[in-house]
Design a binder for this molecule. Structure first.
Ligand SMILES: Cc1cc2nc3c(=O)[nH]c(=O)nc-3n(C[C@H](O)[C@H](O)[C@H](O)COP(=O)(O)OP(=O)(O)OC[C@H]3O[C@@H](n4cnc5c(N)ncnc54)[C@H](O)[C@@H]3O)c2cc1C
Length: 454
């Protein structure tokens, strides 16, 4: 078994676990209805261990659930789900090693605020600070910035409840560790993570509107490399993109920024180029702490009504402009169904199931209207347009890619499947999605899922 056993922490007497039937449990956007019949909200690691041991004894499936921000059946299993959000996160900084260790159920936003208050920082954040660290890292969630890796690449250690119910610790010195940070919930229930940190820093973000498509395709690399984080927003129609959202690390809160960005003009705001009220978005035009500028959505607000479906594909940045041009040719089909698309860059990493595994990546994201049938139809065209560029789908978003395509585009898939099979030989942590995509072998006989999508 991979990983050193962690001694019991003296969690105290066993408390009854909270559980409920999930008749109406849906994902954050309400577009996926879970089929699991029980969600256990564990309040201690011991309760997670008990739940896993009970599932093992009964031959049933069990799986971690985060904040339910994924858009497909990845977190579901038709049986029992465990949330670790009720376990006290107890973040701890190790200044010498520049790491923080915290509970997997803690949200990125809560951790970011906690770190910032102590003068420390994470290297990057996703657009939404409300997602759990455990769930976000498990799917390779990324922010933006051509020199920033996916959030999972900051994971230097994990504590997880393994298939035998034991608590184990793994870190970068553990063989095959690279298969675990983007673990898709497939090998155990992660209860604590250790993440790389750095001293706190300031970020200023500015919006530049009406970037010409010609400039974007001509200068794509220079645009994506132009700042700490660059996001391009578009609906794919017309001659210009809506905006470039540019986040710069600055040493001085009064530092000036250029008024022009590859021909686009700085818009002092308030701007509303994504589907959220302007006051739900983090502040533009004034430098501030990293935790309040790197996410697009403010921690203290609800990001949008959530009535949406998301898809995202990662392509090799060398072919980024060609991939964008191919998608743009499908604009007539895409635009009527789209709320907005966001184009970002990420740096390569070594994590086996990361969308940026060993390649400079362009991430092409779609936020769709909540019209599943029409979205499914248009996705076939988007995926056909992207297929020449070896697209890797985001694990937590809607796509139609097949097991064969996943195997072709994620070169370490077979190694990950072998690793998960070693760690979880009975497929306790597996589910139908992992089996459909070839991440886990088909189950012998545990509780399955039958997807119900609104
Ligand atoms: C508004 C919005 C904005 C988003 N922005 C971004 C973005 O900027 N970049 C990006 O890449 N993605 C983005 N996403 C996608 C999101 O980050 C992923 O879907 C992420 O996995 C959600 O985390 P979660 O905690 O909700 O996990 P869930 O959706 O609940 O679960 C996802 C997976 O993680 C596993 N998991 C959860 N907790 C644990 C645990 N403790 N141990 C082991 N496995 C676990 C589950 O089993 C499941 O397989 C966004 C989603 C939304 C709704």
């Amino acid at each position: 078994m991979l990983g050193a056993a962690v001694p019991a922490t003296g969690a105290g007497p066993c408390l009854p676990m909270l559980s409920h039937v999930t008749a109406e449990l849906r994902n954050w956007s309400g577009t996926y209805q879970f089929t699991a019949h029980e969600v256990i909200t564990a309040r201690t690691v011991d309760e997670v261990q008990q739940a896993v041991a009970k599932a093992k004894a009964g031959g049933g499936r069990i799986r971690a659930i985060g904040t339910r921000h994924s858009f497909n059946d990845l977190a579901d299993n038709g049986a029992t789900l465990v949330s670790v959000a009720g376990i006290a996160p107890d973040p701890e900084i190790d200044e010498a090693n520049r790491t923080v260790t915290a509970g997997a159920g803690m949200s990125y936003g809560a951790l970011a605020t906690w770190l910032q208050d102590r003068g420390w920082a994470l290297g990057n954040l996703g657009s939404l600070p409300h997602i759990s660290i455990g769930g976000a890292t498990a799917t390779g969630t990324h922010g933006s910035g051509s020199r920033n890796q996916v959030l999972s690449a900051a994971v230097s250690g994990l504590q997880y409840v393994a298939a035998d119910g034991e608590l184990r610790h793994v870190d970068r010195t553990t063989p095959d560790f690279a298969g675990l940070p983007v673990g898709l919930g497939a090998f155990g229930i992660v209860v604590r993570l250790t993440l790389d940190i750095q001293p706190s820093y300031l970020v200023r973000q500015d919006a530049y509107t009406h970037l010409a498509w010609d400039a974007a395709l001509e200068d794509l690399d220079a645009i994506m490399d132009a700042a700490y984080s660059v996001s391009l927003f578009t609906d794919w129609s017309g001659e210009t993109l809506h905006a470039a959202w540019v986040k710069r690390r600055v040493d001085d809160a009064t530092a000036d920024v250029p008024e022009e960005f590859f021909g686009a003009r700085r818009d002092p705001g308030p701007v509303r180029f994504i589907d959220a009220p302007a006051d739900n978005l983090t502040v533009l035009g004034v430098a501030g702490p990293w935790a309040q500028r790197l996410p697009h959505f403010r921690l203290d607000s609800t990001p949008s009504n959530g009535d949406e479906i998301q898809s995202e594909y990662f392509v090799d940045r060398r072919h980024g402009a060609a991939a964008l041009a191919a998608v743009k040719r499908e604009a007539a089909k895409i635009t009527p169904l789209l709320l907005v698309s966001e184009i970002r860059a990420t740096a390569p990493d070594e994590l086996w199931l990361s969308g940026s595994y060993q390649r400079e990546t362009l991430a092409i994201h779609f936020t769709w209207r909540n019209e599943p049938d029409r979205v499914n139809a248009v996705l076939k065209h988007v995926e056909a347009a992207l297929e020449p560029f070896a697209p890797r789908p985001h694990w937590g978003k809607v796509s139609h890619v097949t097991a064969a395509q996943v195997a072709e585009h994620y070169p370490k898939l077979a190694d990950a499947r072998d690793l998960f099979a070693r760690l979880d030989p009975d497929g306790q942590f597996s589910n139908q999605r992992l089996e459909r995509l070839g991440v886990r072998a088909p189950a012998k006989a545990q509780g399955g899922t039958s997807k119900r999508q609104r």
